[in-house]
Ligand binder design. Structure first.
Ligand code: AMP
Ligand code: ZN
Length: 494
């Protein structure tokens, strides 16, 4: 029997503002869509936090035995910084800056995204569609919206008619809790200043100016799709007109997700998503992480130590552990102190895991392993509460130490359940790796090579060139290449 049959999972739904008991549309199956990265530049650590929250949620669904279709798209066209101005196409702008084809920009940052996720031990989604691969589907949706009176064409662009949508009682603003009458009232002055009927209307298709090189043929002339419609087209295609979960960072709630709700209801006559999930933001030293303010760090910079924010480098596991010590709906602030504390905590957990390998079993258990195991499940069942789960895992490690010291006992059968639970939650669900030893060994290796570099310098100073050459050559044979530079000697390990 799959595990989900005897676990009650509750998820906070932005749409209702409540934690709800989660029941998938099709028993035993889950469809989940998460807005993917806009690949015009490297993902920063804030983006990584959002994707990691959903990685853990996906992992928990798999653990529970759900057949999960997890769609996370790649936004490779159409995400304008300002809905009205083509000059603000992120891809076109970046391609000018880097002197690359827009599709080279897309390729470069898609590859970077995948490399980062692999480093941080992400599971790949089950489908990763691109917006440019679904232009036909988007055009079909727009044609339907025009035919049904929800959209209008003007000068080669097509806009969603928010006023018309609301006239039919469909309630634009329901997801982000915005009062659309106020929105209209506050923006009425702008009416008629551009090609939209109303400034709340949003682009489904944009006419491409001659300078705009990312362009596709459409019934309205050459142009490119609007960002909001891309996600509706891809989610509908792979998950259906109504599916279980849609996620993203909370900054996407409005307008992006609000527009998706409107498009879905207008196209298909049904609200597209049962549960809307929004992750909270990552801040660094108290300020929201964002490219535009310059308060950001790239994931690779944090793990290589090449940055001006942190005093040392941290392994990907420690970053993952740090992120998961906060609930996904809470703001998480990272700082040097927070990372150091996470590193200490994570290594303590791994020491407990190691100790567990050798603890003795007994004829009786002096505590209830089943209760402890269920408390780990309960934490995840309560809207994926990873900080409470981690507290329970520490509680488990406390027992390991007590058993080891002879102050508690455990039967062989309970020991199996204990080990299985600890390993499942730490490694399969939280996605951490048992890698403390690898890191320590790497640090030792670096220490030894630095020692040899020092000995080589001394040999050179003493004009013992035979010795200095021998050190360099033998290191090359071991795959370690020394490089002499102005700042001293560095090395690379193949
Ligand atoms: P983008 O590539 O800009 O569409 O962003 C990718 C994802 O990262 C979206 O779900 C955003 O909501 C999310 N995101 C952006 N900034 C942050 C941040 N500082 N903390 C957490 N998530 C973020
Ligand atoms: Zn989206």
């Amino acid at each position: 029997m799959p595990l989900y049959k005897n676990q009650t999972l509750k998820i906070y739904n932005t749409l209702s503002g409540d934690k709800e008991i989660f029941t998938p549309i099709h028993d035993g199956n889950i469809g989940m869509y998460v807005c993917g990265p806009t690949v015009y530049s490297n993902v920063h650590l804030g983006n990584l936090r959002t994707f990691m929250s959903f990685d853990v949620i996906f992992r928990y669904f798999l653990y529970l035995g759900y057949k999960t279709r997890y769609v996370r798209n790649i936004t490779d066209a159409g995400h304008l910084t300002d809905d009205g101005n083509i000059e603000n196409d992120r891809f076109v702008k970046q391609s000018r800056l880097e002197k690359l084809e827009p599709m080279e920009v897309v390729q470069k940052y898609t590859v970077d995204f995948h490399q980062v996720l692999e480093k941080f031990n992400f599971l790949p989604p089950t489908i990763e569609p691109t917006a440019t691969g679904h232009i036909i589907e988007q055009i079909e949706l727009i044609e339907k919206l025009i035919a049904d009176g929800f959209a209008y064409e003007t000068q080669g662009s097509v806009y969603f008619d928010v006023f018309e949508y609301n006239k039919r009682g469909l309630n634009y603003g329901e997801l982000s809790n915005r009062n659309v009458d106020e929105l209209f009232a506050n923006t009425r002055d702008l009416d008629g200043q551009n090609e939209k009927k109303n400034s709340q209307d949003f682009a489904l298709w944009k006419n491409a100016s001659p300078a705009h090189i990312m362009r596709w043929k459409s019934p309205w002339g050459e142009g490119f799709p609007g960002w909001h419609l891309e996600c509706t087209a891809m989610s509908t295609k792979y998950l259906g007109e109504r599916f279980d979960i849609h996620g993203g960072g909370m900054d996407l709630k409005f307008p992006h997700h609000e527009c998706e709700v409107a498009q879905g209801k207008a196209c298909n006559g049904t609200t597209p998503v049962n549960t809307w999930m929004h992750t909270n933001m990552l801040t660094m030293n108290g300020l929201r992480m964002s490219k535009s303010t310059g308060n950001y760090i790239l994931p690779m910079e944090l793990i290589s130590g090449k940055n001006s924010f942190f005093e040392k480098k941290f392994q990907p596991n420690v970053v993952r552990f740090c992120f998961l010590q906060a609930h996904y709906r809470s703001v998480l602030d990272i700082s040097n102190e927070a990372m150091l504390a996470s590193e200490k905590g994570f290594f303590r957990l791994l020491e407990g895991v190691k100790l567990l390998e050798n603890i003795p079993s007994n004829t009786t258990s002096s505590f209830s392993v089943a209760d402890w195991s269920q408390s780990c499940h309960d934490a995840m069942n309560d809207d994926f509460n990873t900080p409470i789960l981690i507290a329970n895992l520490f509680e488990g490690i406390k027992y390991v130490n007590l058993i080891n010291d002879g102050n508690e006992t455990i039967t062989a059968k309970d020991l199996d359940l204990f080990t299985q639970t600890l390993h499942s939650f730490l490694f399969d669900i939280l996605g951490l790796k048992n890698e403390k030893d690898t890191q320590h060994n790497n640090e030792k290796l670096e220490g030894v090579v630095n020692l040899l570099i020092k000995m080589r310098m001394e040999a050179r100073a003493n004009k013992d060139f035979a010795m200095s050459d021998q050190i360099r050559d033998q290191l090359i044979e071991l795959g370690i290449q020394l490089k002499d530079g102005k700042e001293g000697t560095t090395f690379t390990i193949q």
